[in-house]
Design a protein around this ligand. Structure first.
Ligand code: URA
Length: 231
């Protein structure tokens, strides 16, 4: 990246102003004053200082993945491929998934290197609706709608926050939850003597899984898009 671009990005002034600062010798790269505004820096490796203060350029990336089954939501696994392995076109060492989907769950998963965003979306009191499409075995009884809205009691004694369930077919539905406990949907269904057969996340807050995005494919979103979606 050009040095003037990096400084302007970091808010040190307009492109014209930062060029002036560079020409005046305010900027050092790896300990040497650089007066050339189109000097190229590796923003991830080079040490850049402005009047002695070290600058940190963070380039956040946001990927919306349609997770296929068989991949684990982790950055590293000694047995299974991870969701990060699917993000191929990028130097992906800092990326991580925002939350987890089980290995056999498919659908929308946000992958980023923006720890602050991930934290803000995952804190328990942040009520982000997650919608899952599911197929299941067992009988869905009329009374269950209310059980979901009241909060399902799991086998370990935990009472889930209110959720909503929409039955589409006899053994197919849409469930909306705001939490992300371990195997949550599967355990909620088990608590009512039903068993999940397939589970696919189709939305996360205002972020929707695009209909034409095939499993294993992803799209990149800009920081501006992400800010708009999660504002
Ligand atoms: N609930 C589950 O049981 N599994 C998931 O992957 C997500 C929600």
């Amino acid at each position: 990246m050009r040095l003037d671009k990096m400084l302007a990005h970091l808010g040190y002034g307009s492109r014209k102003e930062v060029k002036e600062f560079i020409r005046k010798g305010c900027v050092m790269v790896n300990g040497t004053i650089v007066v050339d505004d189109d000097f190229k820096v590796d923003e991830t490796l080079d040490e850049v200082t402005f009047l002695g203060k070290e600058l940190h350029y963070e380039h956040y990336r946001y990927f919306l993945l349609n997770k296929p089954a068989g991949y684990v939501s982790a950055t590293y696994d000694s047995y299974d491929p991870t969701v990060i392995d699917l993000i191929s076109h990028h130097e992906n060492k800092d990326l991580f998934p925002v939350g987890r989907l089980d290995k056999d769950t498919t659908g929308l998963l946000l992958i980023t290197n923006d720890g602050k965003l991930a934290h803000n979306l995952l804190v328990p009191n942040k009520h982000v609706d997650k919608i899952y499409e599911l197929t299941f075995t067992g009988e869905f009884k009329e009374e269950y709608f209310q059980r979901f809205t009241e909060g399902i009691l799991l086998e370990d004694g935990y009472r889930c926050k209110p959720a909503s369930f929409k039955l589409i077919e006899k053994n197919q539905g849409l469930i909306t939850i705001q939490e992300g406990k371990y195997h949550q949907v599967k355990r909620m269904m088990n608590a009512l003597d039903m068993e999940v057969q397939t589970l696919k996340r189709i939305s996360f807050g205002k972020l929707q899984l695009p209909q034409d995005l095939k499993e294993g494919e992803y799209i990149e979103l800009s920081k501006e898009q992400i800010q708009q979606i999660f504002s």
